[in-house]
Design a binder for this molecule. Structure first.
Ligand code: SF4
Length: 373
């Protein structure tokens, strides 16, 4: 029996599915004898020249339909995917979880904790692999669900169990080994917590992950985000100027070692570390192809590059008009710099209004942060 009921919601006009008599409301039960677990499996299974589709019509009849097509032709079927509409819930209780630090009364979806490798592949979500069975890992390898974004935090088994508050969290290295041996690429993330997984623990984690290079192609290190809503939670401090400088020093040393070996830094720090430390950001080249941009790695350099590239092809005279721009505190210096260039190019004046985020309200080294992971 199918684990999911794949009910067809729409057919593209002139599609193969329409031609062979499939209708909206039919259920797709099997492709070439295989159950269909989710959209990813469906996409994989239809990449064949000869398909045998088992369809249940709305009157309950089951039809077997033979389809001959080019391997990458789409069938033109659209369906709701129950597996992706109900993503796997997270089974952890991380000591640094940002969702636990949200105030009540906000949009319900903000409180949902997902931990689903399919969302990692489709949408870039990070997963901890703690709720993943051997069978799940085999499916990922079979269907080439790659790359996957993995929240590692530490490779020390006892420390990971403590940080994720999950006794199943300790075997991360074995899972990474199985996935990478199966040809899956991983982008890894470490949420750094002062005095917990930084210092020697960070060195250990990065060196252990580097053993899997290039399958583990890069590691993002981001600082813990702390809000004012964590009174009853595990006591953790934020990074400040001094501790951020310490992280930069330690990681720069490791980056140089990795560059000597593989000609790239392998580990990169979130922009926030440089801002808190009041250090210049690394140059654009440091970030390679900006693989971990959405994790805040190189976001400012990428923004600058995009604006400067667009300016080359844009001509206009603003005739001295003034415009207002609202931004947050931590990136305001960089926004000002880029606005200076824009002002000159277009003959305009940009008034920047810096808004302190008092909603989450956390002040580090004179800078207000609302970073979240
Ligand atoms: S940080 Fe992520 S994995 Fe950890 S408890 Fe929160 S949602 Fe789950």
């Amino acid at each position: 029996m199918n684990r999911n009921e794949i009910v067809i919601k729409n057919l593209l006009p002139g599609s193969i599915a329409e031609e062979v008599g499939i209708e909206v409301g039919d259920a797709l039960l099997k492709i070439n004898g295989n159950d269909i677990y989710d959209t990813i499996e469906y996409r994989f299974l239809i990449c064949d020249e000869n398909l045998n589709l088992l369809i249940r019509k709305s009157n309950g009849e089951e039809w077997e339909i033979e389809v001959e097509k080019d391997p990458y032709d789409d069938l033109g079927i659209e369906f709701d995917d129950p597996a992706l509409e109900n993503p796997r819930r997270c089974h952890n209780k991380c000591i640094f979880c940002f969702i636990d630090q949200l105030p009540g009364g906000m949009r319900e979806s903000l409180y949902f904790k997902d931990d689903d490798s399919r969302l990692s592949f489709l949408q870039g979500n990070f997963v901890t692999l703690t709720n993943m069975s051997d069978e799940d890992i085999e499916r990922i390898i079979k269907y080439r669900i790659s790359p996957i974004n993995v929240s590692v935090h530490t490779t020390n088994p006892e420390l990971r169990v403590k940080m994720l508050n999950n006794k199943k969290a300790g075997d991360i290295i074995n899972k990474i080994k199985k996935l990478t041996e199966g040809g899956i690429s991983l982008n890894c993330q470490i949420v750094l917590c002062p005095g917990i997984n930084d210092g020697d623990e960070l060195v250990r984690t990065l060196k252990e992950l580097f053993q899997f290079y290039p399958h583990v192609s890069n590691v993002a290190v981001v600082p813990i985000g702390i809000t004012k809503y964590r009174e009853s939670l595990y006591k953790i401090e934020s990074y400040d100027k001094q501790s951020s400088l310490g992280v930069i020093k330690l990681v720069t040393k490791l980056q140089n070692e990795f560059i000597k070996k593989v000609n790239e830094p392998f580990v990169r720090l979130a922009d926030e570390f440089y801002i808190m430390a009041e250090k210049d950001l690394p140059e654009e080249e440091h970030y390679g192809d900006f693989e971990q941009l959405e994790d805040g790695i190189g976001m400012i350099r990428y923004f600058e590059r995009c604006v400067l590239e667009d300016l080359i092809f844009t001509e206009a005279d603003g005739k001295g008009r003034e415009i207002a721009l609202i931004t947050g505190t931590s990136c305001s210096k960089y926004i000002r710099n880029i606005c200076d260039v824009i002002e000159k190019k277009f003959n305009i004046k940009i008034n920047i209004y810096v808004i302190k985020n008092e909603f989450f309200r956390r002040k580090n080294n004179g800078i207000w942060f609302n970073n979240s992971r």
